[in-house]
Design a protein around this ligand. Structure first.
Ligand code: SF4
Ligand code: SF4
Length: 373
């Protein structure tokens, strides 16, 4: 169960709005699940009782369809196409602007991001693990990204335990879920009549104290623990429970790369939905009158042809080399950069790949004879 179960409180089901109201009172813009274009995304709640119930989604390779939860729970959905990434690493933003002054000289100015304090309600364990990886990249010593840092500091994270992972999830095998254990301000486990709630930070503790919850009973805490164990056991996909670095790097000429390249459309969907991918492109957008220009960055993908352009040639001219770059960076050389794999087992790249390419299947084929427990 969530960390510090001995200090858990119990939030009755019909009191969820009290938690949201408290966060709103504290000045947080509260984000929760909402349906947009047939998928569950995080959007601003307009009222404390605005959290929807009964949302669920059926997920499979290349498939995501909304369904109705027969138990009408708040958090029966496993995950949608977004994690926390759009809240910290904006899909597109201006970094600096240049304008001509009255004398015709160019004046450069950094653009400060607009950063509301945001509480995100419904964050999953895999999302928290992905956020920790994004922190390692964007907040690394000597190269701290100001835009990311300012947004990150303003977050209040309400995590929830996944009671019903999607068939595409494999966070248990990567060690990142389905029960949140760190990185949250508050964590909730949803039971039939309410939530076992624990805090994971001083900010979270202050919010829980203000709610004056009754302590969770030992039966409720045990039910939440069992729910997490059974959610983990229900996952059918997995990655091998060891570093794949050496074995994948020895397989750079494996024929499987050609097979997967024949199916892959190089659309970049997998990188857009992946909560740990951080590649970006930079572009200048001059005004038509020539008086000013903005320098922006936007998400980019290693599947795009332009991402491999160096001066005068392309280092990844075909889909085979781009898929191989993505998978070997994510699962192999990420270990050299960040000390762990870049995959947190959320399964988004499987569900949102239009042709249903499944990285767990690709890894199994690539490593079949070499990975031992
Ligand atoms: S590689 Fe796929 S399963 Fe792993 S974190 Fe990224 S989207 Fe999730
Ligand atoms: S693996 Fe799938 S989602 Fe990723 S680029 Fe290829 S077709 Fe698109």
């Amino acid at each position: 169960m969530l960390s510090q179960p001995d200090q858990a409180g119990f939030l009755p089901l019909d009191h969820m709005h009290v938690l949201v109201a408290r966060l709103m009172q504290l000045g947080y813009q509260c984000l929760g699940p909402a349906v947009e274009n047939g998928a569950i995304v995080m959007r601003e709640l307009d009222a404390p009782d605005g959290l929807p119930r009964g949302l669920q989604a059926e997920q499979a390779p290349g498939r995501y369809r909304l369904t109705q939860d027969p138990h009408n729970r708040y958090f029966a959905w496993a995950n949608g196409p977004q994690a926390i990434k759009p809240q910290t690493f904006a899909a597109k933003e201006t970094l600096w602007r240049v304008e001509r002054d009255a004398a015709g000289a160019q004046q450069f100015a950094a653009v400060k991001p607009v950063v509301p304090a945001q509480a995100i309600i419904g964050v999953r364990a895999c999302d928290l693990a992905a956020l920790a990886l994004q922190d390692a990249h964007f907040l690394r010593e000597g190269r701290r990204d100001r835009h990311y840092a300012e947004r990150r500091e303003q977050l209040f994270l309400v995590a929830v335990q996944c009671a019903e992972p999607a068939p595409t999830c494999f966070c248990a095998s990567t060690g990142d879920g389905p029960t949140p254990t760190a990185g949250y301000d508050l964590a909730l486990a949803e039971l039939a009549d309410g939530f076992v709630a624990v805090s994971g930070s001083k900010k979270g503790e202050a919010v829980l104290d203000a709610l004056k919850l009754a302590p969770a009973t030992s039966q409720q805490i045990e039910a939440a623990r069992r729910q997490g164990v059974s959610a983990a056991a229900s996952q059918t996909r997995s990655l091998p429970g060891r570093t794949l670095r050496d074995v994948l790097m020895k397989r750079l000429e494996h024929p499987r790369w050609d097979e997967v390249a024949a199916r892959c459309l190089a659309c970049g969907n997998c990188t857009a939905v992946c909560p740990t991918c951080f590649c970006h492109a930079e572009l200048d957008e001059p005004a038509l009158d020539g008086a000013s220009s903005e320098h922006a960055r936007m998400w980019d993908s290693c599947f795009g042809e332009s991402h491999g352009h160096l001066h005068g040639f392309n280092v990844r001219p075909d889909i085979r080399s781009r898929y191989r770059q993505w998978l070997t960076h994510k699962l192999a050389t990420w270990h050299d950069q960040f000390g762990r794999s870049g995959c947190v087992g959320c399964g988004r790249c499987i569900a949102w790949c239009p042709v249903g390419i499944d990285l767990t299947e690709e890894v199994a084929a690539l490593t079949a004879s070499e990975v031992k427990p």
